[in-house]
Design a protein around this ligand. Structure first.
Ligand code: GN1
Ligand code: MG
Length: 369
């Protein structure tokens, strides 16, 4: 990551409604897409922190629409939380600090787009789940996130990345990348390519269910990685989910599937030792219990029936995205070593196999919650 010089950050920060002097700022290294800085200000003698984030406009081509979604979603959630008497509403949902001309983000002369958020204190994220309780908390938090949005008023949210979890679209992109072989890497990924192409039978299942209205479109988070849940450092309870750039119309199953991908294996998504990569049933059980505790009341039968399958499908979908990016020369996901995207793809595919072996038992368990 390129560290943004503090002097430039100072210039950016002046455009937001922050009243204080910037003391220092540190980059936050989580995430493959945006650039994030935690900045500390002296505000009337008190140290206050804010989050400055540069939106990756190669990935998010319409920052205006994205920030419109962001503000609508977070304001609605905060209003509902305060009305229900929830304590700590400003730790439970993100708060956008407007610019001095009352916009939700600032675009500088170079076309860079920046937003600023209230820093949520006393919370932390984890890259990998350590206990079943954490899996439970993650499930519950994303279920609540969806639940707070079931009655969002106004027009349909904008699609910040069109076809984001559209597995057919992702599969076609992979086929094209194999054919083009721009970076001359297909020969290094023969096994992974063969595995991916063999999975075509699963590609349209959720898309067809959506198209035939067997499952509903909902407002979903779409990036429900475990490291997007902030857990309270004292109680271990989930406080807030972050990374709201992909909040848009989707399927609840995509959210649940990505939780399965990122909470049930003891490994990180780029683990090299594939023997360690596996779907662990106790984690799945806690995750499903947490999710169904908050999302159960609004999920339909059709959605519930695909709970276990969704874990396999989303893990596969992210896997083919990594593989496509590897074949295309690493243009999308930030990489930190050669073959990084190939390693990530391999890990996802190992997890797909592990889920597939246990899929029937997983579904049975979810049905019994
Ligand atoms: C990206 O940047 P980050 O880590 O929040 C990606 C997700 C992938 C994830 C894989 C906008 O998320 O879709 O699941 O990497 N986000 C976007 O780790 O493409
Ligand atoms: Mg993200």
């Amino acid at each position: 990551m390129n560290n943004y010089p503090e002097s430039k950050l100072l210039e950016i920060s002046r455009h937001f409604q922050i009243y204080g002097d910037l003391l220092h700022a540190e980059p936050c290294k989580i995430g493959h897409i945006n650039e994030t800085y935690i900045a500390t200000y002296n505000q009337g003698g008190v140290q206050v922190r804010y989050v400055h984030q540069r939106i990756n406009t190669h990935v998010f081509k319409d920052p205006e629409a994205l920030m419109d979604n962001f503000v609508r979603v977070t304001s609605h959630q905060r209003r509902k939380l305060s009305e229900s008497g929830a304590r700590d509403a400003s730790r439970r949902t993100l708060t956008v600090i407007p610019t001095r001309d009352n916009r939700s983000y600032y675009r500088n002369g170079n076309g860079e787009c920046w937003r600023t958020l209230v820093f949520v204190d006393g919370v932390r994220t984890f890259e990998a789940v350590e206990t079943p309780t954490q899996a439970f908390e993650a499930g519950k938090a994303f279920g609540e996130f969806q639940q707070l949005l079931v009655d969002l008023p106004g027009k349909r949210l904008a699609e910040t990345i069109p076809h984001f979890h559209n597995t057919r679209h992702r599969f076609e992109a992979l086929q094209q990348a194999i054919k083009a072989d721009h970076a001359n890497r297909a020969s290094e990924a023969k096994k992974e390519i063969a595995f991916a192409l063999k999975q075509e039978k699963n590609v349209d299942v959720i898309l067809n269910a959506l198209a035939k209205k067997k499952i509903p479109e909902r407002i979903t988070h779409n990036d429900t990685k475990f490291n997007n849940v902030m857990l309270d450092v004292v109680t271990g309870k989930a406080m807030c989910v972050v990374d709201l750039d992909t909040v848009m119309p989707g399927s609840a199953l995509y959210d649940f599937g990505d939780m399965v991908r990122t909470t049930t294996s003891p490994t990180l998504e780029d683990e090299l030792d594939l023997a360690k990569v596996q779907m662990r049933m106790p984690m799945f059980k806690s995750l499903a219990r947490g999710y169904l505790e908050s999302a159960g009341p609004f999920l339909t039968k059709g959605e519930r029936a695909l709970i276990a399958f969704s874990g396999k499908l989303i893990t596969f979908t992210i896997g083919i995205r990594f593989l496509t990016d590897f074949l295309s020369g690493d243009t999308y996901f930030r990489v930190h070593r050669p073959h990084h995207n190939l390693d990530r793809a391999r890990t996802q595919f190992k997890l797909v196999e592990s889920i597939e072996k246990q899929e029937a038992a997983m579904q049975k368990l979810a049905d019994a919650v």
